[in-house]
Design a protein around this ligand. Structure first.
Ligand code: NAG
Ligand code: NAG
Length: 734
């Protein structure tokens, strides 16, 4: 793979990295906030109240503790903004230099449940990957089906037939996006020619057949004879108990694997690991490891792309972009993986649930990239196979991507399939290093993050690339409960990584840049962050109700640092959000979601972690977030109306805090009117309480005004009122 390096006497890089502009300005701003924080700390120390003053001293110390935590936490978040880096790959240069010598690429797609992840969605993702603008003989797509579902296999067979028309159509007209569902829904019929109507008709036929089968829950009888693959399912197969199934649906090396125009097709493989009730299967990490083994015998590509089954490709050139980062002759040798942001196609305008993690993906990950270590987030990530398999980076090794093709000794496809079954059996990994040193790592709720960290520990670096046009588009949750549960899993997992063998904190300065260690901390400290936030959203309001000040008076000089921090950080966060193309209301929604996930999901995550530490918890429960929801839930989601509806303990906490603040606020306003209670002493507390009431408006609405199914369940409302009332009463008479 020796390419032309020097052109016109000048080395042309395959990608370029720019450090963000305006860093000095930001750092000055950041320093000014830091001064404010120190002033607050000083104020708290030198004004500690006398003991016995209406319990004010206790409340004060709590505030001091919370502010110490916030200050330190804020310092960590500054590391994420200290040195952001932006990347630009050069596709054209890559093609010019390596057009004929591109490496093979394997795409891994994982699905786990045909009910929550409909087969039609899965095959749309598969088709979009098969249609990448990439030499088909070098592209292989693997589907791991952890449900071992006949329906998914049937859909894949259908997709493989349809791909023979779809791929040539995509390439002939150079269309985007290449997920047929997304393409047909975004392209009006009017501009179409004959090819368009033909392909659309074929797609709709396929769609009907797949949907009918899914509705019936079984595939049509006459289909069974069309492919020997169906014989692998028998009446005793079930989701949790079935033999390994491996089907090379399209073998790209075969003569007959040609599309309707006579061009080659990418290889397409279906895999369902063996599942037995007595064997633990390690969820998605286990599935990916099985795919790594199987693919190493079929295509053995040096580059692996992992995507979730709902994440279709929105840019057929992404593979080329990613390869720029792996193939640059001067800068690529130590790049272990290239992470793309997760983006979603069903986000509403003001992103009610903060689902697109705008600030994380548009700001903070660029900061992590500046220190060489954006996380692997499980989807939309290109890996160097050897790094993923656990090899340590070595300076001596050459940046060699054209690895040997797999040795396939068997001629016959059936023999190949049979020979690989052992690799995906339940017992294959027993007494091996799979899951610990090789491949995806086990034993963590965020196995992807842990795996990424292990790759960094092995001396590789990672790159974050966020292109202007989103490369992968998935679906995000549309129900609050579902989102909070997911947040709980993430935050709990991130906290686990802190104590893991691959924790950057543990490996310390030798291996990791100090900036990276600091940037990593805010995520792994999400769960404990719930305590100061809960404190801040409960205690000052209660003291306010009692008329006891916990902040400096409005006329005091000490008021200034508080006011400055609040105004400056809020204004900054708002500006940051708008800069990443968010809306003002979106920012406000994001603040609300931050509060909600911190005070509920993170609290439960923390408690669960503690329970696990002392050994009394039902260990990891992995919940797949459904990718489909009811019709009326969707309607409410599109109207940006929060979906409660279930009797979740998380909602009890959220509504109790909301009610408590409402009582405190109303009580105080009443006092101000009737007893001429002075604003001066408790100004900041009133503002804080008022903002909490304002941000909780959707909860009051869901409790008292809404009539639809997404309203707050009455039991939760009663519980919340009871809790809030008793807290207020007890506290006032204490
Ligand atoms: C997907 O790609 C199309 C171009 O094909 C682009 O116009 C669109 O903005 C992309 N979608 C998103 C959500 O970025
Ligand atoms: C606003 C929006 O696009 N909502 C869509 C999100 O995704 C689900 C599942 O694909 C659709 O049903 C919604 O219409």
């Amino acid at each position: 793979m020796e390419g032309e390096l020097v052109e016109n006497g000048k080395y042309e890089p395959l990608f370029e990295s720019r450090i963000a502009k305006g860093r000095l300005l930001y750092r000055l701003f950041s320093a000014s906030i830091f001064v404010g924080i120190v002033c607050v700390w000083i104020y708290r120390v030198i004004h500690i109240p006398e003991a016995g003053e209406y319990g004010r001293r206790m409340g004060w110390m709590g505030m001091y503790g919370a502010e110490l935590w916030f200050g330190v936490y804020w310092i960590f978040t500054q590391a994420q903004r200290w040195r952001p880096v932006f990347r630009q790959p050069f596709r054209q240069t890559l093609l010019k230099r390596y057009g004929k010598a591109l490496p093979r690429v394997d795409v891994f797609v994982c699905t786990a449940d045909p009910a929550t992840e409909p087969p039609l969605m899965v095959v749309n993702t598969i088709l979009s990957a098969m249609a990448y603008d990439y030499p088909p003989e070098k592209l292989s797509v693997y589907l791991s089906d952890d449900a071992g579902s006949e329906l998914t296999f049937y859909a894949l067979m259908e997709a493989s037939n349809f791909s023979k028309h779809w791929i040539p159509y995509c390439k002939k007209f150079n269309i985007e996006p290449r997920s047929p569902a997304a393409y047909f829904s975004s392209t009006p019929d009017v501009s179409s020619g004959r090819d368009f109507s033909h392909v659309k008709m074929l797609y709709q036929d396929m769609e009907n057949r797949i949907e009918n089968a899914c509705q019936l829950g079984r595939i049509p009888k006459d289909e069974y004879h069309k492919h020997t693959g169906f014989s692998k399912w028998d009446s005793s197969s079930s989701r949790k108990n079935h033999a390994a199934i491996l089907q090379i649906v399209i073998d790209g090396r075969e003569e007959e694997a040609k599309d309707s125009e006579g061009q080659s097709l990418p290889t397409l493989v279906y895999m369902a690991r063996e599942k037995r009730p007595n064997y633990f299967h390690n969820f998605k990490a286990g599935a990916l490891n099985a795919l790594i083994r199987v693919s190493s015998e079929i295509s053995n590509a040096p580059i692996i792309l992992t995507i979730d089954c709902d994440m279709y490709s929105n840019d057929s050139g992404s593979v080329q972009d990613a390869l720029c980062f792996f193939m640059d002759e001067e800068k690529s040798h130590n790049i272990g993986y290239v992470q793309y942001p997760q983006s979603f196609h069903n986000i509403t305008k003001n992103d009610l649930y903060g689902g697109c993690l705008r600030v994380i993906y548009h700001v903070e990950f660029h900061g992590l990239d500046g220190y060489g270590g954006p996380w692997y987030i499980g989807t939309g990530c290109f890996h160097r196979r050897e790094a993923l398999c656990g090899r340590e980076f070595s300076k001596a090794a050459r940046n060699e991507l054209n690895s040997d093709p797999p040795r396939r000794t068997h001629k016959n496809l059936n023999e190949v399939e049979e020979s690989l079954l052992e690799l995906v059996s339940c017992t294959y990994e027993e007494n091996t290093k799979w899951g610990y040193e090789i491949g995806m790592k086990y034993g963590c709720l965020v196995e992807d993050v842990l795996t990424g960290l292990s790759i960094l520990c092995n001396g590789w670096r990672s790159v974050y690339f966020s292109p202007a046009r989103n490369a992968f588009l998935g679906v995000t949750g549309t129900i609050l409960d579902q989102i909070l549960v997911q947040q709980k899993r993430w935050s709990e997992g991130d906290l686990q990584t802190l104590f893991s063998k691959f924790s950057p904190v543990r490996h310390g300065l030798g291996k990791f840049n100090i900036g990276l260690i600091l940037s990593y901390l805010p995520y792994s400290l999400w769960p404990p962050n719930c305590f100061p936030v809960l404190y801040y959203s409960i205690v000052p309001s209660l003291y306010l109700l009692k008329g006891v000040p916990l902040f400096p008076q409005v006329s005091s000089l000490w008021f200034l640092p508080f006011a400055y921090i609040v105004v400056a950080t809020l204004a900054y966060s708002c500006a940051e959000f708008l800069w990443t193309d968010g809306t003002l209301l979106g920012w406000w929604n994001e603040q609300r979601m931050w509060l909600y996930r911190t005070t509920s999901a993170y609290l439960f995550a923390f408690l669960d972690t503690m329970l696990k530490l002392v050994g009394c918890s039902n260990s990891s429960t992995f919940i797949i977030s459904p990718k489909v929801s009811d019709e009326d839930v969707c309607v409410r989601y599109e109207q940006e109306m929060m979906e409660f509806g279930s009797d979740s303990p998380m909602f009890t906490i959220l509504s109790s805090v909301a009610m408590l603040n409402l009582f405190c606020f109303v009580g105080t306003v009443k006092k101000m009117v009737t007893q001429r209670f002075v604003f001066e002493y408790v100004g900041l507390q009133i503002v804080l309480c008022g903002v909490l009431v304002l941000i909780n408006l959707p909860i009051y609405n869901a409790m008292f005004f809404r009539k639809d199914k997404g309203r707050m369940p009455t039991t939760v409302t009663y519980k919340a009122i009871l809790v809030a009332l008793s807290a207020c009463t007890c506290f006032t008479f204490m």
